[in-house]
Ligand binder design. Structure first.
Ligand SMILES: [Zn+2]
Ligand SMILES: [Zn+2]
Ligand SMILES: [Zn+2]
Ligand SMILES: [Zn+2]
Length: 416
């Protein structure tokens, strides 16, 4: 059986060189992930065999260049490395369905599909509105719309390309500093660095924005002065506009590389209990007024049991921010038994109308790395499960919107 980890590591790219797999693969896979997993499953023998899960953990990039689009990165925070750098999502697609503001980049995963030539390169992009008020409204929409979710504050886009395409070489990247994209990307917003910069400053005619909101923010934080400078200087090399890929730190979450490995390679003995609790619980207090109160309240109920088993499983690899498994029998690992979708709650593919299947989930630990605070209106979730087109269809637009199911903690859903 082909493993998700291998796919995620871009095996497809390394295999272009024949059997030479030393360029991209960061770790060798565990020789027997199945056997190691079996040790953990002693107490539920009745369960059908579990699909092999790979985990994503965050690393500070060794140097900034390794997260550029022509190296097909998996990354969190910063700005997206658009796979198709020209036909970006725009208009309503790029904005929160509630407040209407441009969405913020959360993460992207490079996940090509071995037996699908149209998905030789394939990347999934997740965006989110940083407002918790919008996420709470999103919750409501998620339940009330059985088929499709026209209004969302969390959006997932899938982009894929065949091996021969206008943007990248058919040869795998060499990772020696000589790799370059074949094609420049569309100009992006000078404020967020994320979305297409279709609007141009009417004074300097140089600064570009995705939205009036970002133009206003840029104006207030310095462009008011820089704009005059841009008008008077004809030397474009001395531009005061930020270089491509450089945006004000305040406009994005901190940038990380996502490293992928099998769950079974994380040895439970080597992780210390306190540490494991800390990442999930840290943001929730000591050990957690909020969490403890509802655990007492619902003692021994289904949510409590589910949460305990979620905690136990996560503690094997406490730093995981992502769980990935695109196998037919894969299911999300819910943090709670309430707030899970029924099959009927998962819509069909918005492009081909075919079925969606579960592909990965985002863990709450990501919020810790993003430095999201613990105020009542701070962003918070128990898990976000992403469902993608089973056939990874290749029609219509370059960025196809997939489906995310957000599970919140009961305290979050009831606290306002
Ligand atoms: Zn919003
Ligand atoms: Zn913008
Ligand atoms: Zn200007
Ligand atoms: Zn489809």
């Amino acid at each position: 059986m082909e493993s998700s980890a291998e796919r995620l590591r871009g095996l497809r790219i390394t295999s272009l060189d024949g059997d030479d797999d030393e360029t991209v693969v960061p770790h060798q896979p565990s020789p027997a992930p199945g056997a190691a997993a079996a040790d953990y499953e002693d107490d539920d023998e009745d369960e059908e065999e579990e699909a092999e899960v790979t985990l994503g953990v965050l690393k500070k990039p060794k140097h900034p260049g390794i997260l550029l689009r022509h190296l097909f990165p998996s990354k969190a925070g910063g700005i997206p490395a658009w796979l198709d750098p020209v036909n970006l999502p725009s208009g309503k697609s790029s904005c929160c369905g509630f407040c209407g503001e441009p969405l913020q980049f959360v993460l992207q995963i490079y996940a090509p599909i071995e037996d699908n030539a149209a998905a030789f390169h394939r990347t999934l992009f997740v965006f989110m509105c940083p407002s918790m008020a919008c996420l709470l409204r999103d919750q409501h929409e998620q339940w009330s719309h059985k088929h499709g979710n026209p209004c969302r504050s969390v959006k997932v886009f899938r982009c894929q390309l065949p091996r021969t395409n206008a943007f990248y070489s058919t040869e795998p990247p060499k990772h020696d500093g000589s790799d370059k994209p074949l094609f420049p990307g569309a100009p992006v917003c000078h404020w967020c660095g994320t979305w297409k910069g279709d609007k141009i400053c009417s004074s300097c005619k140089k600064a570009r924005y995705c939205s009036e909101k970002h133009q206003a923010l840029h104006w207030r934080t310095g462009h008011k002065n820089d704009c005059l400078q841009l008008i008077s200087s004809s030397d474009s090399s001395k531009s005061v506009l930020p270089a491509i890929g450089k945006v004000p730190a305040s406009t994005s979450w901190p940038e990380f590389e996502i490293e992928i490995d099998y769950e079974a390679t994380f040895d439970s003995d080597s992780c210390d209990e306190n540490n494991s609790k800390s990442l999930v619980m840290q943001r929730h207090g000591k050990p957690d007024a909020m969490m403890q109160s509802w655990m007492d309240q619902f003692e021994a109920d289904a949510d409590n049991k589910c949460w305990a088993s979620f905690q136990e499983r996560v503690s094997r690899a406490p730093k995981q921010v992502l769980r990935y498994c695109r196998e037919p029998n894969a299911k999300p690992f819910w943090a709670l038994s309430s707030g899970c979708p029924a099959n009927a709650d998962i819509p069909s593919c918005s492009s081909c109308k075919g079925p969606l299947c579960y592909e990965f989930q985002i863990m709450p630990q990501l919020l810790y790395y993003f430095g999201v605070g613990n105020q009542p209106d701070s962003l918070d979730w128990a898990t976000i499960a992403v469902y993608t087109c089973q056939g990874s269809c290749d029609q219509s637009v370059s960025y196809k919107e997939e489906f995310a199911w957000v599970q919140l903690y009961p305290t979050t859903t009831t606290r306002r």
